[in-house]
Design a protein around this ligand. Sequence first.
Ligand code: MV4
Length: 454
Amino acid sequence: MSARALDTVLIANRGEIALRILRACRMLGLRSVVVHSEADRDSAAVRHADQALCVGPAAATASYLNQAAVLFAAEVSGAGAVHPGYGFLSENAEFAERVERAGLVFIGPRSETIRVMGDKVAAKRAMREAGVPCVPGPDETLPDEPEALHELAEAIGYPVIVKAAGGGGGRGMRIVYDAADLLEALSITREEARRAFGNPEVYLEKFLLHPRHIEIQVLADHHGHALWLGSRDCSLQRRHQKVLEEAPAPGIDAGLLAHIGERCAQACRMMGYRGLGTFEFLVEDGAFYFIEMNTRVQVEHCVTEMTAGLDLVQWQIRVALGERLHLLQSDVACRGHSFECRINAENPQSFAPSPGRITGWSLPGGPGVRIDTHAGAGFDVSPYYDSMIAKLIVHGGTRAEALVRLQIALDEMQVSGIETNLALHRKLARDAGFVAGGVDIHYLERLLQQGAAT
Ligand code: MV4
């Protein structure tokens, strides 16, 4: 314990988020240790960190997911805290527990909270008990008897969706339109879940046909103080990958949003939640339905930073180190509007990753324009990791102003040497449905199908 310093943070991630965390550490006067794979030796995070340690070969399972190697790096560097970023080990309860047991601070909620939220049925039960509205459907283990199952589904009303308790983020789910298909859907999903997540438990929900995906950002300290920091609309997705996000969610009644936000903050207080968190909702016909909670910093946290005027990653670290949040809910404002485009190295038709060397790189700028990236001219996009190469974030006083900034910034941005989804973003930023605001979760895939047909 003696060598462990709470002035040193180990960053267990790569890419833009490693840099983002590093910058927050610098702002707080904290030392940073970055772990990296052999493929990321020349990365900007490695260059800028106070210390860098290689934890294994390029494959994530051998490096960024290698718990023993990451924990060993924390030990040898004398780090007192571990920031997992997003993806990789960020929502791994076992890893968080090992960090805790090593006497280190895991920058995130308690491992026990991560475990509860990882079980989507347990998470839903906790939220319902805290007064957060959930999708209709039971939050207890399903009965075994076929008749009881049929009665349950009838009571919910078809179509229903079968989801794996160990799933989430679109993995392990199956829609059932007709009672004749119910039992088979349950048994197939259960078998898939047993294999994929080691947990065969499944649950049933009413399947909402045209919802929006709206999130509430929360922040809680270790002293029972919790705040909600606004909403995000993440409905523009393709195959459960978000493409373009915005804050606040457009067209939602402010009173309703405040009511839901306050429910989320209250749920945090009841659970003794600590750190940053996201409540995911499906919103249909003006009603909010909780589906999942994320216990990490999210890729799209930036749009909330722009509208709330807060450095969320700094706050995440500060509360993890035990600091009190003195900010009051009445101090939290939502100023203007923000958009974030995820710029990916991918083929515009097939969406297959497009790794390789970036030869040309020209970034937009001006008021209200922010780029979070680890890439640049001469950067090699690795085939081993996620294909996101940059986030373009804009802010404006109104949604209309932010939208014009987005259009201009997208036109200014140029990337060559690899394929990107910039053209898709340019098209989206001028799409009538998107410009109007409030499209549903199926909008982007429908748009892509039409585009492919013409
Ligand atoms: C749903 C749903 C409709 N009804 N649950 C997909 C990801 C996972 N987080 C939950 N998902 C969904 N759950 C009910 N009861 C539709 C989806 C869904 C979806 C949700 C958010 C964003 C994009 C989506 C695309 C397809 C399906």
